[in-house]
Design a protein around this ligand. Sequence first.
Ligand SMILES: [Zn+2]
Length: 43
Amino acid sequence: MPYICLHCGKEVKSLDKFIRCTYCGYRVLAKKRSQLAVTVSTD
Ligand SMILES: [Zn+2]
């Protein structure tokens, strides 16, 4: 399930155990699903 980086807004695909923006390294992503963005913190 793809995610959207809340920092740079790019689409990030889920990685192995931790999810993290591959563009900027930001770790707060929103699930790209419905209009309701679910904030996910991987700390
Ligand atoms: Zn990013």
